[in-house]
Design a protein around this ligand. Structure first.
Ligand code: FAD
Ligand code: NAP
Length: 344
């Protein structure tokens, strides 16, 4: 396919980052078909421009001026590759809205993704941090990822085992900007069990026999719980959790428990445990705090918010203060979860 490489100059990303920052991309290029990607990348290279890929902008902190070329992933298709007695295999374009895709699967009676309802963003970004919620991670349902490797200039089909999926992590986070994901292949097994072990879901279904709960009911429950607890990015700018939950050794947890018996933790492996970062931040007195145009959400301290007029510098200033206080109080480092892009 011969594609006309005509990026748009000084393109506003105000509507394409859920923090709602006023961001102008030096150059932006909507990508609606995979075939456009190699040409876009070589076009940027020839012009001496850096490049990056943007989905829904719900896990990025963007500077006011975003230099180079920004690819806007709008590849939009859902294809049923196989529908067997044991599983359904789907191939989905990177630009498909994640929540719409989850809703579509349930409409077809394909189960498995319901706990991941209402996560903003695109299908193509889901493997990047191996999105997860309510005890489910997307890696469980990914068969492979189709991507253009900007380094080798080859199309690749990365099987799950090569994606290095881990807790909110993958090979794509290790090597940012190397791969442009065009499509994701999902396997949804026909054998299914409801997963409602997180307290909010357990409480929601308190009067029900667990095995009688249906996938659409979980989908509705997750949507209702999230709508109550998380700020809607259309109203209050945010990128969901701003920090990852720290994973520490059981030894370190033991000594923290002696000082802080109420500390919230969950087993992660035989040797390590996960701390609820929101609890640590709350204990440092940040929950509900406002600092100029940015703040900490009053229902979940892990979520930083922007109410208009602020920028990345303001938000990162607040994030730095939180990291410092948590480190002083608990000796624990908080790692920022979204991708931070800096000024040129
Ligand atoms: P973007 O923000 O556009 O991009 C994120 C990163 O992925 C960037 O580095 C970008 O370069 C890269 N990227 C995007 N698309 C591609 C592509 N096609 N190819 C290569 N690289 C690409 N996350 C969770 O894990 N669990 C949650 O429960 C959750 N809840 C959230 C709730 C709220 C209210 C918000 C605002 C965010 C939440 N998030 C959650 C974070 C976010 O929604 C996810 O990480 C989501 O997958 C990001 O998708 P996106 O399309 O917006 O990615
Ligand atoms: P929550 O249920 O109040 O739980 C607080 C924290 O404790 C979460 O971070 C969660 O870890 C952990 N946790 C709770 N119950 C657990 C269990 N049974 N086993 C293991 N860990 C447990 O959290 P919330 O803020 O309302 O969010 C609900 C879910 O949505 C969580 O899974 C959260 O990750 C996800 N979410 C993610 C984002 C994001 O941007 N990444 C934003 C909003 C919500 P985990 O985070 O590891 O699950």
């Amino acid at each position: 396919m011969n594609f006309d490489y005509k990026p748009l100059a000084n393109y506003s990303l105000r509507e394409r980052n859920t923090l709602g920052f006023d961001v102008v991309a030096e150059w932006a290029l909507p990508i609606t078909q995979a075939e456009q990607i190699p040409q876009a990348i070589s076009g940027a290279k020839n012009a001496g421009l850096s490049h990056r890929t943007l989905g829904g902008g719900s896990n990025v902190v963007l500077p006011t001026q975003l230099a180079g070329l920004t690819l806007l992933m709008d590849i939009d298709f859902i294809e049923v590759l196989e529908n067997r007695a044991t599983k359904t295999r789907l191939r989905v374009g990177a630009g498909v809205n994640w929540h719409d895709f989850v809703r579509w699967t349930l409409g077809q009676n394909y189960r498995g993704l319901e706990n991941l309802a209402l996560i903003p963003g695109t299908v193509g970004a889901a493997p990047i941090q191996n999105i997860g919620a309510y005890g489910v991670e997307v890696k469980e349902y990914i068969d492979a990822v189709e991507a253009y490797d900007c380094q080798t200039k080859q199309w690749i089909r990365l099987p799950k085992k090569d994606c290095r999926f881990a807790y909110r992590h993958s090979v794509f986070k290790d090597e940012p900007n190397r791969f442009v994901i065009a499509a994701v292949i999902f396997d949804l097994p026909k054998v299914w069990q409801p997963r409602v072990s997180y307290a909010d879901l357990t409480n929601h279904f308190a009067n029900r026999v667990v095995n009688a709960i249906t996938a659409p009911e979980i989908f509705e429950a997750v949507c209702a719980i999230r709508a109550k607890k998380l700020p809607d990015p259309k109203v209050i700018g945010n990128v969901g959790s701003f920090f990852q939950n720290p994973v520490i050794s059981n030894q370190q947890l033991q000594s923290l428990k002696e000082q802080f018996p109420q500390i919230v933790s969950y087993p992660e492996s035989a040797t390590h445990s996960k701390l609820a970062a929101g609890w640590l931040i709350d204990q440092c007195g940040f929950k509900g705090m406002q600092m100029g145009n940015v703040g900490v959400h009053d229902k979940q301290a892990l979520v930083l918010t922007h109410r208009g007029g602020g920028n990345a510098e303001d938000l990162l200033g607040l994030a730095g203060q939180i990291q410092k206080k948590v480190k002083e109080a608990f000796g624990v480092e908080l790692t920022v979860e979204p991708m931070i892009y800096s000024e040129p």
